[in-house]
Design a protein around this ligand. Structure first.
Ligand code: UDP
Length: 235
């Protein structure tokens, strides 16, 4: 196995499937199956999940809500997604722990770095909910930060697109996928991989990112086996 400990970032939107809103149980089960396969192969898996399928802080103004208030709503949305994913992972027979960036002791554990690492070592899937616990951040930044804290080998950003392209492949049919690209090139070309805070954290800590299509069966497994033709590796 190429990667022993991974941080998998899933967007909230991905969980909604084709509905664009809410949670599609079929997607939950599909992702859980993919995650089980890599857990069974012995890889330690930590997950950060977004909340965009329910609420984003940036939607707050349009809804007449204060931004900070909206960000906390977004963070709580990630906990709803995390709980849904936790349930699905347990259904396929995995042991899990949900750790939150905001204390909510009836629901889950608070994030404690050493404890998170211990859970991983014991073969539990660790889900980080509620982002970092602070407004004005994203779950991409949470993924970068937590990955650094738990010393993950790589951040795997599962998206709908199978990597980073020269242009938006949904708009430009001539766009081609990079299989490998440096942090510097991403900066120079202004490519959109993650928000700048998240991206800079990875760059400054030499933490590689792989953007890949999480919806294609077997992709996650092949990635951790070291198949370098999947997605785009940024390092
Ligand atoms: N959020 C935040 N601090 C964090 C993580 C998330 O304030 O550390 C809020 C922010 O409003 C964000 C929302 O939670 O818009 C949902 O997360 P995100 O937009 O990253 O979800 P995704 O796009 O991955 O579904």
């Amino acid at each position: 196995m190429k990667y022993k400990r991974i941080l998998l970032k899933l967007s909230g939107e991905a969980l909604s499937g084709n509905k664009g809103y809410g949670i599609d149980p079929k997607i939950l089960m599909q992702y859980s199956g993919e995650i089980k396969r890599v857990m069974d192969a012995g890889t330690q898996v930590a997950i950060v999940i977004g909340g965009g399928n329910i609420f984003r802080g940036t939607d707050a103004a349009a809804a007449g809500i204060d931004r900070v208030q909206g960000d906390y709503m977004g963070m709580l949305a990630t906990v709803i997604n995390a709980m849904a994913l936790q349930g699905a992972l347990e259904k396929v027979g995995l042991f899990t722990r949900l750790m939150s960036g905001i204390k909510m002791e009836q629901v889950c554990e608070p994030f404690i770095r050493r404890r998170a690492v211990r859970h991983l070592e014991k073969g539990r899937v660790v889900i980080f909910g509620a982002g970092i616990g602070n407004p004005y951040f994203t779950t991409d930044s949470t993924a970068s930060l937590r990955a650094i804290e738990i010393e993950a080998d790589v951040v795997l950003k599962g998206t709908r697109v199978d990597g980073v392209y020269t242009a938006d492949p949904e708009k430009d049919p001539t766009a081609t996928r990079y299989t490998r690209i440096s942090f510097e090139e991403v900066y120079q070309m202004g490519l959109n991989v993650m928000d700048m805070t998240a991206f800079t954290l990875c760059k400054e800590n030499n933490l590689p990112i792989i953007v890949f299509d999480m919806n294609k069966a077997g992709n996650l497994y092949r990635l951790i086996q070291g198949d370098d033709d999947i997605g785009t590796l940024i390092s």
